[in-house]
Design a protein around this ligand. Structure first.
Ligand code: PLP
Length: 450
């Protein structure tokens, strides 16, 4: 494609006008935006992405273009309202555009959005202290990035630096992100296999929830002289469909990692900050990991930010002799930190994990009733709090349910490592009435499919 500065100037100028306009687009403008979005995605972003999202495409609405939202409701550019039971893949615990977070971010934006990198940036310190306050045990030092996978990359490096060892034990069907290090720990071949060899150290996968397998793998590594840096799991597996491990799993893994002098990393990128009905997923079993990662809703659904938090002892090699051992220029900037400070404040003030527990218990009970009523459609319901998986007999049925719901103006989606699972993951601020509306429309959908 030849350079076209004139077109880029003109096009950006036109879109800046759209962005700066306060009122909702009129019908003609809306249709223009839809047409342009379709063309731009097909020609310049990812053509197959348009068609691949089956929940949306099978409902015949594949060009729905989102525009704005509040709480658990969002609108497309034509002004049609949808109930959001996907929650941005777990990024919207506080719902769309939480007013407190937006106000905080606007205030910080007017003051200074990004740090100098050389002076002390106060908000980075504030957020690190807040995380020390609210994470379990003596987790105390934090490093910030923008995405979940960055936090996990940092966790991998910290574990290697501290232990001087290279192997990791992780779970089948695990999802830790898609950059090379995190991807090496993934528990499904689809995304790993095409990349060929990645992390050069050893990675051992064990079935999730099987403490015996973890113990055995650690013993084998000991026997053959392979140094294990860390064992890393999601407290409840998210992308594999909200899979809850047996109650003895985390306590046993904690005990055996201590016995072997191996670090325990909890990937709380999706489970952290209330999603599963406790502030942290590991709180369900009163376990303190050595390293904890968090992202997604840490930015309050307003800014991208992630963190890895660990103890002073384990963080020591990140500080001495070289404090620039692991850095990123844009991660943990003032704007992102202001969003996280506000998100943590709202989460604690509203005790959102209790709301997730209460609504989740209700929703899971009702979904289990539906699963019993429609055994030809459902396999099972899993999850805790508002991290819920509806598992269907086959992927096609799952797509039909998601599409049926979208037709009825409810957004849900699949998971990244389980094809026949639909995730139910509304913002934690979802109301009881909205949960009931979801259930009514789901019943309607199931009736139609049956
Ligand atoms: C448990 C877990 N870890 C890591 C990630 C990766 O986070 P991100 O997509 O922000 O890189 C995800 C994303 O779904 C996740 O669920």
């Amino acid at each position: 494609m030849p350079y076209d500065y004139e077109d880029a100037l003109d096009y950006s100028s036109r879109w800046l006008d759209v962005i700066h306009k306060n009122e909702f687009p009129g019908v003609d403008d809306a249709h223009r935006i839809i047409d342009e979005s379709k063309i731009n995605f097909a020609e310049h972003y990812n053509r197959n992405w348009l068609e691949y999202r089956k929940s949306v495409t099978e409902a015949g609405d594949w060009a729905a273009v989102e525009w704005s939202g509040a709480g658990a409701v969002f609108k497309d550019v034509l002004g049609r309202e949808y109930l959001d039971f996907l929650g941005g893949f777990g990024m919207m615990d506080l719902g769309w555009s939480h007013p407190d977070v937006v106000r905080t971010v606007k205030a910080q934006l007017d003051r200074s959005p990004m740090p100098s990198q050389e002076l002390l940036d106060p908000l980075r310190g504030v957020l690190a202290k807040l995380l020390a306050d609210i994470t379990p045990g003596d987790l105390k030092y934090s490093w910030f990035g923008a995405s979940g996978t960055e936090a996990n990359e940092a966790a991998i490096k910290i574990a290697k630096l501290y232990t001087g060892k290279t192997a990791f034990i992780v779970a089948v069907k695990a999802f830790h992100g898609k950059t090379m290090g995190s991807l090496s720990l993934m528990g499904k071949s689809d995304y790993r296999a095409p990349m060929g060899p990645m992390y050069a150290g050893q990675v051992y996968h064990v079935p999730f929830g099987d403490a015996d397998a973890v113990e055995k793998q650690l013993e084998i590594c000991d026997k053959v002289g392979i140094g294990v840096a860390a064992v890393m799991f999601e407290p409840i597996q998210g992308e594999s469909g909200a899979i809850v491990p047996p109650d003895d799993f985390w306590p046993r893994v904690r005990a055996v990692t201590k016995r072997h002098g191996v670090l325990l990393i909890a990937d709380e990128v999706q489970t952290g900050l209330g999603r599963t009905g406790k502030l942290w997923g590991v709180d369900h079993w009163d376990v303190t990991p050595d390293i904890l990662t968090v992202a997604k809703s840490l930015g309050g659904g307003v800014m991208p930010i992630s963190a890895v938090t660990t103890t002073e002892e384990i963080f020591h090699p990140m500080m001495y002799p070289n404090p620039f051992m692991h850095t990123t220029t844009t991660g943990g900037g003032a704007l992102a930190c202001s969003a996280a400070i506000s998100a943590i404040h709202v989460t604690l003030r509203e005790r959102l994990w209790e709301k997730a527990a209460e609504k989740g218990t209700y929703l899971i009970e009702k979904l289990n009733e539906l699963a019993l009523q429609y055994p030809q459609i459902y396999e099972k319901i899993t999850g805790k709090g508002l991290l819920i998986g509806m598992h269907f007999k086959d992927p096609e049925t799952g797509y039909k349910v998601a599409a049926g719901l979208f037709k009825r103006k409810i957004l849900v989606a699949g998971t990244l490592t389980s094809a026949q699972t639909i995730r139910v993951e509304p913002p934690l601020v979802v109301t009881r009435e909205q949960v009931d509306a979801f259930l009514e429309r789901l019943k309607d959908t199931l009736k139609e499919i049956k």
